[in-house]
Ligand binder design. Sequence first.
Ligand SMILES: Nc1ncnc2c1ncn2[C@@H]1O[C@H](COP(=O)(O)OP(=O)(O)O)[C@@H](O)[C@H]1O
Ligand SMILES: [Mg+2]
Length: 363
Amino acid sequence: MSDSAPGKLLVVEDNASLAENLVEILAEAGYSAAAAGDCRRARELAAAGLDVALVDLRLPDGDGISLARELRELSGDSQVVLLTGFASVESAAAAVRAGACAYLVKPCATPDLLLTVDQAMRQVRMHRERQELRIRTAAAERLATIGTLTAGLSHEIRNPLNAAGLQLSILERRVRRLPAGADQTALLGPLSLVRDEIDRLEHILQDFLQFARPREPLTRPVPVATLVEKVLDLLEADAERRSIRIERSLRAQKPIAGDEEQLRQALMNLAINAIEASPPGRSVRVASSDEAARVRIDVDDSGPGVPAELRHRIFEPFFTTKASGSGLGLPIVHAIVTQHGGEIVVAEAPGGGARFSLVLPTA
Ligand SMILES: Nc1ncnc2c1ncn2[C@@H]1O[C@H](COP(=O)(O)OP(=O)(O)O)[C@@H](O)[C@H]1O
Ligand SMILES: [Mg+2]
């Protein structure tokens, strides 16, 4: 899960005009770059997030090599490129010892600079992806071990729950048949609360069983527009109740290769989250588009977005920030998408809010 935010670069260089020049070149290349004239300022800026730092060897309040080490400790997956005034084997060796991934000799030519930064960014992304994969694999393994056991337990819970639901219906019917004058409302209120709780438990069980025992997908060509329309039509009433508009922009032409029911479930989980995250009066936007041999479906909302530090946790089973959430919606999406050879990506939506993108192979 990588987001598409521009790389965060930091140029630590006491020669202000050189620093400014580098920042300008990097900004033109699409990076978000800032300059620091000394170690103190560099630490401050790096604390707000860092991908790649370009660090001068000699700084007014310290040396670049120790700063490089410090920055790498501060942000474990960032990379450092050292800037040196002269080429020497010594400075190269020192750079590597300090954990720098490369060094550039000043004044560096633009193509060299961009190539080096590009490679460093690639390392940052690879490192993050590997990290995320490790976390997800560990979560999947944990779940597989307990999966069978808890799936059995869920079935065991389902039977008494169904029985309770049935008895509740009988009770509701009898209350409605009470002679006029009896206080029906006082009795029906608590009954309906119990009904809601039973429904909620059933929902959680259903989610859980689907997650613990996913069936093999039946792969067929699935037309994207129909898939999205079906899901959104189902959610329209719910959205309206919350005064949320659902906007559609369906441009994908190619069908997805997949299991329609599972894909619908994945999209449904994302759309429900988007509706739940958006404040009344705002909108949820669903867009589909063709992308080489893949189809992309973006679900954008008008909520607060997903904080960076939660982005890897939200796919963990049972992770939820909602009072009555199951924390299984996104793990189910992830399992379905992975089984389809696709990807799910979290980013920030263009107008703020969260963007969850499904990228799936075409038929
Ligand atoms: N569109 C969204 N905007 C902000 N946060 C989200 C969004 N979708 C999911 N999340 C976060 O991810 C968590 C897990 O989501 P999910 O697996 O669907 O479980 P649940 O919805 O039951 O909490 C949510 O509790 C929420 O913190
Ligand atoms: Mg959810």
